[in-house]
Ligand binder design. Structure first.
Ligand code: SF4
Length: 389
């Protein structure tokens, strides 16, 4: 079948080889995503992936997804790229095109070790910046430059400089959900997976009983409940996790008394206190895999339940659904177009990157736990003051 590519080049589609032709930078001319068709060649190459996602992707959706998945997989080979997919990606991205999947700590570590020259970050902008900081020689693409984060936009590098000037004796622990500039002016980074470990380690290194932890006030409060270290924080929050209330947990427990309830530490402390388990998305996934509960409720972003359910078909998931609008900007079409055109490249100022790398490396240099650490639930809620600058 002959079709006209957007650039005006005529290309030929065959069932076995897909699109081929001339007029592009690569060996194939890749059309607009809407022109990719679900033909016999696509079926032969990618329909086996449908068995993996059949419980979370409908048979009506698959013919739309399959040709784009096929094109991404072939373009990925052509470009020498790897795709990092966060746990909050939709299931067709997470399960069908992600090479490395997981929480932000795992993706940060893998970004540093990846052999491929091109990284596509299927996640939000701060994650792509982290990949670029740790792998400055690689090309890092993000499918949508506007994929932000309410935590990352709550604080600037200038804010951190003011905090540092006001509290020179206290180390600044910065959540990875921040810009490169914020990381650059901080002493060490943390993720929701290792936050308690980082706070305790840095307090010991600085010989202090007080640590500044920014920008997520709820993560800071939840960490304070786990440790004797005093914490000062910043008034930032995740717009997805802050929406959950203690009443939500009570209602879910009343409706599903046989379910185990797992929360993310970006939730308010009175939500986490009522849960059965709390930890990063990686810790939640590991819990479900290890314990194999008959029913589970994940108090976090919507897509997480879908992705964990693919690996754990014997667990029934009740799905309270708070969507992250930033994560949902990442689509199969966006990934395809980023790879096709090698566009939306993420750059970080080299001086800022060098300083931010030191903060990230300080975190990555800490001993790695054997299993993802978790938070104890049911702890007293600690009053954590804000920094005053
Ligand atoms: S889920 Fe929350 S923390 Fe994660 S990207 Fe969205 S707004 Fe940011």
């Amino acid at each position: 079948m002959d079709v006209i590519a957007p650039e005006g080049s005529t290309v030929t589609q065959t069932p076995d080889t897909g699109f081929s032709g001339s007029g592009g930078a690569s060996s194939a001319v890749w059309p607009d995503a809407s022109e990719l068709v679900y033909d016999d060649g696509v079926k032969a190459r990618v329909d086996h992936l449908y068995t993996r996602v059949k419980d979370v992707v409908t048979p009506m959706e698959w013919p739309q997804f399959a040709p784009v998945i096929d094109a991404i997989l072939r373009l990925k080979e052509e470009r020498g790229a790897t795709i990092l997919a966060h746990n909050y990606m939709t299931p067709e991205i997470f399960n069908c095109v992600g090479d490395i999947t997981g929480d932000s700590l795992k993706l940060a570590q893998v970004a540093a070790e990846a052999e491929e020259d091109v990284i596509v970050q299927a996640g939000v902008h701060f994650m792509a910046e982290t990949a670029k900081i740790l792998s400055p020689e690689k090309t890092v693409l993000i499918p949508d430059m506007e994929a932000g984060c309410s935590l990352a936009s709550s604080i600037t590098g200038a804010d951190v400089q003011r905090i540092k000037a006001a509290y020179p004796d206290y180390p600044i622990v910065t959540y990875v959900n921040t810009s490169a500039e914020v990381k650059a002016y901080s002493d060490i980074c943390c993720t929701s997976s290792n936050a308690v470990q980082v706070v305790e380690a840095v307090a010991q290194q600085w010989d202090t009983d007080t640590v500044i932890m920014i920008p997520d006030e709820y993560l800071a409060k939840n960490v304070a409940a786990q440790t004797g270290i005093k914490i000062l924080t910043w008034k930032g929050s995740c717009e997805v996790h802050e929406q959950f209330t203690p009443e939500d947990i009570d209602d879910l427990r009343a409706a599903h008394p046989d379910a185990v309830i797992l929360t993310h530490p970006e939730c308010p402390p009175d939500v986490m206190a009522r849960a059965d388990f709390a930890g990063s998305t990686g810790a939640m996934a590991a819990y479900v895999k290890d314990k194999a509960p008959s029913k589970a409720i994940l108090i976090t972003e919507c897509s997480m339940s879908d992705n964990v359910s693919v690996e754990n078909p014997d667990t029934v998931f009740v799905k309270p659904c708070n969507l992250c609008p930033h994560m949902k900007r990442i689509t199969l079409t966006g990934i395809y177009e980023a790879l096709r055109d090698m566009k939306h490249e993420v750059e970080v100022d080299p001086v800022i990157a060098q300083k931010a790398r030191a903060s990230l490396q300080a975190m990555l240099d800490l001993p790695k736990p054997d299993a993802p650490p978790h938070f104890d639930t049911g702890r007293d809620i600690i009053n954590v003051p804000y920094v005053s600058v």
